[in-house]
Design a protein around this ligand. Structure first.
Ligand SMILES: NC(=O)c1ccc[n+]([C@@H]2O[C@H](COP(=O)([O-])OP(=O)(O)OC[C@H]3O[C@@H](n4cnc5c(N)ncnc54)[C@H](OP(=O)(O)O)[C@@H]3O)[C@@H](O)[C@H]2O)c1
Length: 217
């Protein structure tokens, strides 16, 4: 059944895009699916059921209030330029980690040690748009496996410079099956990106509930 919540578009049909869209549908949110190929987006939307629809990228952005950029860090930067007009006034969700394979089976950071993808993306935002670093603060496997966990939900951290969208981001995270915890402004993004002290693939090293977080941090 349709809800009157803000409309979400998920751009990118890879590991993160598919999990985020599936979680939102499980949480009864309508989702517009979009990627490189409309046929693939249509097929995935069909799989997700009546709460999901598919659209080409510019149409998906125009139709949505919240745009989840489930593509690589460099692609987000390109899309922000390419769709600067369509993205005006939207809430942009950046789940990216600024990493690339290190050639030894692991990953390396592709920006300065003290830099975050969140801050770099925030500097490129289209006019009147707002942004939160969110939804990529766990690996895809945990984002899928720990969603709607019982008896206590797992935490998903977020950061934003605009506290006016806190409630919107928290609703989005809750509808994805997680407990939202704001770490602060975008300058705190580094803490919730890969290698950060609050990341599953950083010092924290695991998914946590809010109670476990209080004991750990
Ligand atoms: N994987 C993880 O565990 C994980 C965890 C946290 C955060 N993240 C972050 O989430 C983001 C996505 O990662 P991922 O693992 O989902 O990557 P992925 O599996 O490689 O998926 C990326 C998707 O983006 C699509 N894409 C590329 N360029 C596009 C464009 N111009 N327009 C529309 N779609 C485009 C790709 O389509 P094609 O295949 O057709 O090119 C692909 O479906 C990255 O920023 C990553 O750092 C990933």
């Amino acid at each position: 059944m349709a809800t009157n919540k803000l409309k979400v578009a998920v751009i990118g049909l890879g590991n993160i895009g598919k999990v985020v869209a599936s979680n939102l549908v499980k949480g009864n949110r309508e989702v517009i699916i979009s990627g490189h190929k409309l046929e693939d987006a249509k097929a995935f939307a069909h799989q997700l059921g009546s709460l999901a629809t598919a659209a080409e990228v510019p149409e998906a952005i125009k139709e949505a209030d919240i745009v989840v950029m489930a593509v690589w860090f460099s692609t987000i930067q390109e899309l922000l330029k390419q769709y600067a007009t369509e993205l005006q006034g939207k809430i942009i969700i950046d789940p990216s980690n600024p990493i690339a394979p290190d050639g030894n089976g692991g990953f390396k950071k592709i920006i300065g040690a003290e830099e975050s993808a969140g801050q770099i993306i925030a500097a490129l935002l289209p006019k009147d748009s707002k942004m939160a670093k969110a939804l990529g603060t766990l690996g895809a496997a945990s984002l899928s496996g720990a969603a709607f966990q019982k008896p206590e939900a797992a935490v998903l951290f977020y950061a934003t410079d605009d506290s006016g969208i806190n409630a919107t981001i928290e609703e989005l995270i809750k509808d994805s099956g997680f407990e939202p915890v704001r770490v602060g402004s975008i300058d705190q993004s580094i803490r919730i990106e890969v290698f950060g002290d609050l990341h599953e693939f950083g010092a924290l090293g695991k998914t946590v509930t809010k109670s476990e977080l209080k004991e750990t941090v």
